[in-house]
Design a binder for this molecule. Structure first.
Ligand code: UDP
Length: 459
């Protein structure tokens, strides 16, 4: 009891989306283990229901009044704009209440870079604030120069599906961006869900440090040392790489129920024989793309575990459109679930490759288990991660252009059975070991977190 009252409190503000909630909850766990009391302030949408692992952590609701339809119908970029407008005042109320109630002092507010409204509230109460980037340091760096590229007019809409690429002059899409080797203009984090102006405005806000005292990033210096140094120089406040957080403090963070039966299925498969296919919590596909994937998997002759989220194909219930013939293939050498325990799956010895959309959490989880990847990015920072997987860490094969069965088959066979795939697996295992060292006592991320914690305690 005595120890509890002596603890200082940190308030955390996550984005209400799976890929942001998970690292924020891992951060909550890590900081709690380091001796802080933690309050998580979340919106009512995508509310994270804490399991027993979080009994020591306080959860409060930011009382925004956005209609349910906004959460359902708006794309992530527009929703983020609305949340930032809507939550500013309600978070001030929330923080004011906490300051009245808490016997232990609030040390700081740590907010997801996309929830920048939280900084204004912290400032109002004279509390230090910290930006938490749940994406890579490189993606953060890309967002920092976005306005310059935008002003230079190298961005243009590609077509009316609202997918944007750098397209002026024509050949430039393939060109490398100066200072950002090996990123090409087309790898920059644009989104298929919003207008260019809207993306620009959001990025301008997320990279604006305002009065924040520090930036902490869910990454490790062995993955992104150049981008981290670049950011450190540009931001002029301390930048701490403190990840991968799922390796620092594991805790169940899934918003959806995980189908554990796939682990029993994996138990019956040979080492490194299964390709795991999972595209995160937000990606959308056309029926034709899912069909081409199915046909490519069929002709690859490999065993597969495939996550198909209900809603992956807008307008469909689940997988009713897959042909009868495919059910036979699934029964022979496949398994399909709606949502998997992804970290356990990647850690399973039977899994030899990961077909992924390259969300940052999925990327870290795969590297953390030494599993090489097939990269099929959809939007935003996924393209940056895919490029790094292929060209920097050399543990990924990117499938670009229209998705068709031959390309799926080729990529799967290259990763799962070729010598080149074997080499990638070796490199992935060696990167895994470097990540493991960085989170161990004395490792770079471990030290970074300790340094950050020390500063928080002496603030
Ligand atoms: N995930 C999971 N089960 C699944 C698919 C995904 O637990 O079947 C988790 C995955 O482990 C990761 C998160 O969902 O932690 C997805 O985050 P990521 O940044 O990879 O992608 P996003 O969903 O943000 O696009």
């Amino acid at each position: 009891m005595e120890e509890k009252t002596a603890r200082r409190r940190i308030v955390l503000v996550p984005v209400p989306a799976q890929g942001h909630i998970s690292p924020m909850m891992q951060l909550a766990k890590s900081l709690h283990l380091k001796g802080f009391s933690i309050t998580v302030a979340q919106t009512k949408f995508n509310y994270f229901t804490p399991s027993d692992d979080f009994t020591d952590i306080q959860f409060v609701t930011i009382q925004e009044t956005l209609p349910e339809s906004d959460f359902k119908n708006l794309g992530p970029i527009e929703l983020q704009h609305k949340l930032n407008k809507e939550c500013q005042e309600s978070f001030k109320d929330c923080l004011g209440q906490l300051l009245l109630q808490q016997s232990n002092k609030i040390t700081c507010v740590i907010y997801d870079e996309f929830m920048y409204f939280a900084e204004a509230a912290a400032k109002e109460f004279n509390l230090p604030s910290v930006i938490f980037s749940t994406t890579s340091a490189t993606a953060f760096a890309c967002r920092s120069v976005f306005d310059k590229l935008y002003a230079n007019n190298v961005l243009a809409p590609l077509n009316d599906t609202l997918e944007y690429y750098f397209s002026e002059p024509e050949g430039q899409k393939e060109e490398l961006v100066p200072e950002f080797h090996p990123l090409r203009y087309k790898d920059f984090p644009v989104s298929r869900w919003a207008s260019l102006e809207s993306i620009m405005e959001l990025y301008r806000n997320t990279v604006d440090k305002r009065t924040a005292s520090f930036v902490i990033i869910n990454t490790a210096s062995c993955l992104e040392s150049l981008s981290l140094s670049w950011l450190q120089q540009k931001l002029e406040i301390p930048v701490y790489p403190i990840g991968p957080l799922h390796m620092m403090a594991s805790a169940p963070t899934s918003l959806l129920e995980e189908n554990m039966s796939c682990i029993e299925w994996l138990n019956k498969q040979k080492k490194d024989s299964v390709i795991f296919i999972s595209l995160g919590s937000l990606a959308l596909m056309e029926i034709s793309e899912v069909m081409e994937t199915a046909l490519g998997l069929d002709s690859s002759n490999q065993h597969f575990l495939w996550v198909i989220r209900p809603g992956l194909v807008p307008g469909s219930e689940w997988i009713e459109y897959l042909p009868e013939k495919f059910s036979k293939i699934v029964s022979e050498r496949g398994y399909i679930v709606k949502w998997a325990p992804q970290k356990e799956v990647l850690a399973h010895p039977a899994v030899g490759g990961f077909w992924s959309h390259c969300g940052w959490n999925s990327t870290l989880e795969s590297i953390g288990e030494g599993v090489p990847m097939i990269c099929r990015p959809f939007s935003g920072d996924q393209k940056v991660n895919a490029r790094y997987l292929e060209c920097v860490w050399k543990i990924g094969i990117q499938v670009e252009g229209e998705l068709e069965r031959e390309a799926v088959k080729r990529a799967v066979k290259r990763l799962m059975v070729s010598q080149e795939g074997g080499e990638m697996r070796k490199r992935a295992v060696s990167l895994r070991e470097r990540l493991r060292s960085s989170v161990r006592e004395g490792g770079s991320s471990h030290n970074s977190l300790d340094e950050f914690v020390h500063l928080m305690k002496t603030m």
